[in-house]
Write a protein that binds this ligand. Sequence first.
Ligand SMILES: [Zn+2]
Length: 331
Amino acid sequence: MANRTGAVQGAAVWRILLGTREPKKGIPRLGEGKETELTMKSHLILAGVVFALGTSAAVAQDNRIRVIAFGAHPDDCEVRAGGVAAKFAAKGHLVKFVSVTNGDAGHCVMGGGALAKRRWAEAQEAARRLGIAAYEVLDNHDGELMPTLEVRKQIIRLIRQWNADIVLSPRSNDYHPDHRYTGILVQDAAFMVVIPMVVPDLAPLRRNPVFLYFEDGFQKPQPFQPDIAVNIDEVWGKKLDSFEADESQFYEAQPNCWGGGAVVPKDPLERRKWLEKRWDRGPGPRVQSSLEKWYGPQRAKQIRHAEAFELCEYGRRPGDAELKKLFPFFE
Ligand SMILES: [Zn+2]
């Protein structure tokens, strides 16, 4: 991340020296990883200091796709998008996971700061195993998330700082209020990310990213619509590796606290087999038809594991050709 900080400051220098209002695509944005409300004056001071230190203002102009996924808890993104994330990462694209809460209520015999710390460390390990660039955990309490303006601004900042092309999140229909409100918060950030006077100390995106929802099984008020479905068979093992990193959830809380008391084998190999069996759910009929659309009927039949996403109408609305560019997995 050290290089990114340099790039952020370098971008500030260029924007101020050249008088550009918006950074070009691929430039990280001011305020990276901070919730500070910097004024223009402090930007100028920062730029001067950086310039005096001779920091390079070189800007990486690359073709890397920038994906940011928001889950409510530090394991949600792994479940809904761990496979796709590993595929993007393997192709050199940049993926960041964000947990909007710190997960401090996600257990039945531990909680608070100790659990939040444990889950933060698990999330970092999950990110490492998936090969993704970053996993940030926001310090909002688990089980208490509300769709406030303050959190909406946190989300707007994160999307801008990541210069996101693709934003993933849950839908707002879900059994868990944190999931519902994460869905609301992210969809409320869509479009706002391009408005200069909203969070005005941070440059807006030049164009609205493509926002997509994770798959879920809820039927009301309308079922999930798989607009795109991706074969994750070759990264299925990596996805399970990330689940194993989240040990407090997949081996403790889910089976023992709210999973009906399933017995988890003690032996590591047996435990892994148990985990795989528990999560080995083939694509449902709707996802299967989406796979047929994107891969053709013959290939689709052979796919065992997939992740699907629904387009959010409040983001940019890509056609199939643009979706193929954004999800470069269909050659
Ligand atoms: Zn969750």
